[in-house]
Design a protein around this ligand. Structure first.
Ligand SMILES: [Zn+2]
Ligand SMILES: [Zn+2]
Length: 333
């Protein structure tokens, strides 16, 4: 609103305050989920964009269109190459380079590593250079050390293009129980180690598993996936009439998820990649009716149910408000 010359700053503030409330979304609706060990921050709608960041663990699963916060993770763990999951890769690598951050690292299926390099080379024709970067080709079962004691392990998923899920493992060395029971002093243990004796064993604690796009509930029953503290799984379709769509696109239908839910031992299951044509409140009802018949099931929530828009009202501090999720036809890659 233009300020009249006769208005004082106090007048302008009062007029702004009395303006009818206007709400303007400043950011895409990012979900923020607080768990006891870390936060899960992201946006995931089938066919549109999927990006799920765990800031404390320095990773972002898929990159979507690379929302600004995703730049802060040194590692991008890419589930597959569909553009709703991967479009932001060149921007992520270029911006990190431009802003003087360490080169970004992308873990991806070995069959798409050359394709990503090709995109970076093609972009160099526009930008004049290829940003420093690391592309790490992975196959199911491969491990990559993100930092000491934090391992990313790829697990197989099933989709229409080469795809992987990732689980992050907190890997610890523990003193063998028979030695711990003897309460040996430190210098004796050090001597044993110096002689080459194995005094420890390895314990892996699965922290979070991320499926990316996949069909078949059985995907979730793999070791370290079904017992990760947090499981982020796709579940694209909920409508009974969309089963064929799920089969063709190799996505999960809620019935696939319901079939395996009683066997999941996760503390929290976060559902991502829900189709735009699904109204979340209705989908939650479908799920809770099915779960009411299960004697044992984990806590299940929708990632995007935690999403909030940052909004401003004239004369007031910015605040968060839940978004309206549109309900319309779209692709489901
Ligand atoms: Zn896909
Ligand atoms: Zn997708």
């Amino acid at each position: 609103m233009p300020v009249e010359p006769s208005q004082t700053p106090a007048d302008a503030r009062r007029i702004a305050r009395d303006d009818p409330a206007r709400e303007a979304p400043l950011l895409p609706a990012m979900a923020v989920v607080k768990t006891p060990d870390f936060h899960v921050v992201g946006y995931s709608v089938a066919g549109e964009e999927s990006v799920v960041q765990v800031p404390e663990l320095n990773v972002v699963f898929d990159i979507g269109k690379c929302p600004r916060p995703a730049l802060t993770s040194d590692f991008c763990l890419l589930s597959h190459g569909h553009i709703d999951h991967s479009a932001g890769i060149p921007y992520y690598l270029s911006q990190r380079f431009f802003q003087g951050m360490s080169p970004g690292t992308v873990l991806c299926h070995s069959q798409i590593a050359a394709g990503i390099e090709g995109i970076l080379q093609a972009w160099a024709a526009l930008e004049g250079k290829v940003p420093q970067h690391h592309i790490v080709p992975m196959n199911p079962g491969d491990e990559f050390e993100l930092r000491k004691g934090l391992i990313a392990r790829a697990f197989p998923t099933r989709h229409t293009v080469p795809s992987l899920g990732f689980v992050l493992l907190d890997r610890r060395s523990k003193l063998k129980p028979e030695l711990a029971a003897q309460q040996l002093p430190g210098h004796i243990l050090r001597d044993m180690k110096a002689r080459g004796e194995e005094i420890t064993y390895t314990v892996d604690i699965p922290l979070i598993a991320y499926t990316g796009d996949t069909s078949m509930g059985e995907t979730l029953l793999q070791n370290s996936v079904c017992d990760a503290k947090v499981l982020v799984t796709e579940c694209t379709f909920f409508d009974a009439g969309h089963k064929k769509r799920a089969t063709v696109g190799q996505h999960m239908h809620v019935d696939d998820l319901i079939a395996v839910l009683p066997q999941l031992r996760n503390e929290l299951v976060l559902i991502s990649h829900v189709s735009r044509r699904t109204y979340i409140r209705w989908a939650a009802g479908v799920l809770s009716r099915a779960m009411a018949k299960m004697p044992q099931a984990p806590r299940v929530e929708f990632l995007m149910d935690h999403a909030q828009h940052l909004v401003v009202r004239p004369g007031k501090a910015a605040s968060f408000a839940p978004p309206e999720l549109p309900d319309k036809e779209a692709n489901d890659d």
